[in-house]
Design a protein around this ligand. Structure first.
Ligand code: B12
Length: 323
């Protein structure tokens, strides 16, 4: 579809990983959502991918090509906004000597050293020792919030950065994520959850969104906070979720969006939910929402939180306000 609209010698078509298509779609989304930060992040990330792979493709040239063809890619009325967004992306790239973000693990933080050791063990393929190390933390009293916020999350963010940096492959990234999901299942079973469950939450990622660890962390954290929590995972068809929330009793829906392209499905889902006679509150979060602090409000969500623990605190506040 979009690729065929790109001329073969177009620098956009020369980008690896079908990033040319991603750029065109990402720009349309950023304009529609009035969220330049989403496109700037996409360009920064693409620049990092290309730089660390010694690819002959050039993100600067691709942005120039996008800039030159705005008239044919978008309705004319959107062109000035799109132009400003592409300019912002160009500036952001020009200002960075190293396009990769900083290491996501701060070894000087209270649990940073553990996160670093765990990542190294997993990179060496020693899941057993990594598991023992994590269980040792639990035995010493590290809370689930600390494990998730200060160990598991930075470890996964660093895994992504290493892939972006071309230091590890997709196979290592998959193996690490799978191991982390096994640890999380184990840790969740060890937690003494509060038996009283007044409110229910459902956590998921919609549509083509395959990133599901955030939604899983949310469900575990809500369960620990005394909620009845159901984790649906990723790739949930929005229309199916609409039917599901009609069938079950849900007070809060927590939707996770990682990529810029995951945001519009969440916005459309919230709009469709408003047509229902009874709708749960909707909390949103994840990497895409973290890029633009007011995006959650503009897409009609009831709240945003940066971490699962903050999400539980916010949800408690909101359900008591509406009760
Ligand atoms: C594991 C992983 C995958 C796995 C996911 C498997 C799974 N079971 O979930 C797989 C292999 C499927 C995958 C695929 C892809 N991935 Co990926 N992935 C990752 C990685 C390494 C970790 C994701 C993760 O679990 N993070 C840990 C969670 C806990 O952190 P979090 O999402 O930031 O969430 C925190 C908060 O935001 C909050 N939160 C999250 N959700 C919610 C929701 C609510 C309601 C609230 C209140 C809070 C909240 O709680 C969490 C803890 O604090 C990230 C790196 C990264 N930076 O995250 C890349 C990353 C997200 N992926 C990336 C990419 C590009 C992709 C692909 C497009 C690659 C490709 N070409 O195929 C595909 C897209 C798949 C799709 N259709 O969605 C890029 C995105 C870059 C960008 N700028 O767009 C990243 C950043 C890697 C990188 N640095 O290059 N990925």
């Amino acid at each position: 579809m979009l690729t065929s609209s790109l001329r073969p010698r177009d620098p956009l078509a020369a980008l690896p990983f079908q990033l040319g298509d991603e750029f065109v779609a990402g720009l349309r989304d950023a304009v529609e959502l009035s969220a330049p930060a989403l496109f700037v992040d996409l360009a920064r990330w693409a620049h990092s991918l290309v730089t660390h792979r010694e690819s002959p493709a050039s993100v600067e040239a691709a942005l120039q090509s996008l800039f030159d063809s705005l008239g044919t890619l978008l309705p004319l009325s959107n062109a000035p906004r799109a132009r400003a967004i592409v300019e912002a992306a160009r500036d952001a790239i020009a200002q960075r000597s190293d396009p990769a973000p900083e290491c996501a693990i701060d070894v000087a933080s209270p649990h940073g050293a553990v996160a670093g050791r765990l990542l190294n063990l997993l990179l060496e393929g020693d899941e057993q020792r990594a598991s023992r190390e994590l269980l040792c933390c639990v035995a010493k009293g590290t809370t689930q919030a600390e494990l998730y916020d200060e160990i598991v999350t930075p470890l996964l963010h660093e895994t992504g950065r290493l892939w972006e940096h071309n230091a590890i492959g997709i196979s290592e990234e998959h193996a690490i994520t799978a191991a982390i999901e096994r640890f999380m299942a184990h840790i969740a079973e060890l937690q003494a959850v509060r038996p009283f469950r007044e409110f229910a939450v459902v956590t998921a990622s919609l549509g083509s969104s395959a990133h599901e660890v955030g939604a899983r962390m949310l469900a575990d954290t809500f369960a620990l906070g005394g909620w009845h929590a159901t984790y649906l995972g990723g790739n949930i068809p929005p229309e199916d979720l609409l039917d599901y929330v009609d069938r079950v009793s849900v007070d809060v829906l927590a939707l996770s969006a990682t990529l810029a392209r995951d945001v519009i499905p969440v916005r459309n889902f919230i709009a469709a939910l408003l047509d229902r006679p009874v709708a749960p509150l909707v909390l949103v979060g994840g990497r895409a929402f973290a890029l633009d602090p007011t995006l959650w409000q503009r897409i009609g969500a009831d709240g945003y939180a940066a971490t699962p623990s903050l999400a539980v605190a916010l949800a408690n506040e909101l359900v008591h306000q509406t009760a």
